[in-house]
Design a protein around this ligand. Sequence first.
Ligand code: HEC
Length: 180
Amino acid sequence: MTMKSEKTKFPSYTTMIVLAVLLLVVVLTCVPYLVTIAFAEEQADASPIFAVPPGYKQWQLIAPAEEAAPLDELRAIVGNKTAIDAYQDNKLPFPDGTILVKRAWKRKQSPEFSSARIPGEPTTVQVMVKDSRKYASTGGWGFGRFVNGKPVDEAQHRTCFACHEARVRSRDYVFTRLAP
Ligand code: HEC
């Protein structure tokens, strides 16, 4: 009995203080890492454009496009009024406020007609918003890619401008021409 009570007293105040200090050091060392992790997770969800622009399904068609296998998609590039006006006036660069949206669907066999292919499941919605100040580092365009309405990760967003810049810099980084 006496032996036991002596033993429970064993962690002296000094030991307790040492342990407390150690714990504090560990916590303080971890905090910056935890903050970094939380921040990285937030960024992973980041898109320069935070939502798909409302009403884009009612926007006017600029041109359809097709993507061969493996993606095998049908696409439609649509624009808001600022975009359509700029296209009709052959205005380059596009003015601030221009929004271009590329809609995409899996290509599907028509159930009624053997040579016809029709839109199947939607795959992605890709957006370009012109704001020459906000997106100055990427040619004035903010890029956003959405799957099921959610933005893809930052790594994917970093690929957008590089490809558009390499191929269509002289056309204000826009591939699509107004369909005749
Ligand atoms: C490897 C090249 C490449 C990459 C990377 C790329 N694009 Fe494009 N993008 C194209 C091509 C080619 C078109 C023309 C239409 C088509 O073929 O679908 C296009 C068209 C577009 C359009 C319609 C306006 C236009 O320029 O014709 C939007 C909006 C768009 N892309 C957004 C994005 C976003 C957002 C990303 C990044 C997540 C991205 N693109 C990455 C090649 C690329």
